[in-house]
Write a protein that binds this ligand. Sequence first.
Ligand code: GLN
Length: 312
Amino acid sequence: PVVPSGGVVARIIDEVYELCRADTSGTLADYIPELSAVQPDSFGICLATADGSIYGSGDLDAAFTIQSISKPFTYALALADRGVAEVARHIDVEPTGEPFNEISLDPQTQRPRNPMINAGAIAAAGLIKGTDAADRFARIRRSYSRFAGRELTMNDAVYASEARTGFRNRAIGYLLRGANIIDVDPDEAVDRYFRQCSIDVTCRDLAVMAATLANNGVNPLTRERALTGPLVEQVLSVMTTCGMYDAAGDWVTTVGLPAKSGVGGGILAVLPGQIGIAVYSPRLDAHGSSVRGVKACRELSSRLGLHFLHVT
Ligand code: GLN
């Protein structure tokens, strides 16, 4: 793909914003009170280029929790800590075609099918190195902050609710411990997953995080390296096949970009070497992805010609 000039990008973002704003379908996540208490009409689209230009429309600086968009970033840190081969012994890279919270372990190896579903994400959280639980989470938070180019913080109220209600995730943690996929205390691994899901971000932050992946792991604003090039490739590969859960095939055909969504209402997408895109709008579809987010990404991809298989 050849991304159009800045002026065209800015105009198309405004058009897509106006078009998608009319869509008020979908429902807020309601498994904890904090997620159903957000402004349902919030909507932001942000695009950051691999050389650091930022374009956007709408609510670019409203905070919301990163939720499952944390998964590729913790997987990235696990890869950096343990190496690709060791992580692969614990977490596979095969798409499931199943929902995000599926209790999906390979019957032969007991490995979670991939790091983008909860089972794989909890396993990745269990592989993070550090001196103690606090240090291991601090390393995750600092790693996300390098991608975002600013100090990110955890939302205490969301974390408390996640921890109070997350029985299914605890069950997954205990299965992983029973199968020796994680060798730490399963409660610690699951608690770390709840904490990482509760990190607050803005639409602008997610666009910069995406642009850091697009820029081969170097944050285009701070010039700080957040991840090595080969690991960026590994993470984007898994996002391509598994990032949108049971909608992955539809996403690849209609948008054609590695991406990740979260039930906080964010979606992040990457065109390697070129741009990062983020959309925030909290009303979700049946897969747990932002309705306007999916629609805006489809429109941006087709109007800007971003599909990674698109030949100009
Ligand atoms: N905290 C949520 C969970 O684990 C995140 C899910 C998501 O964003 N898809 O259920």
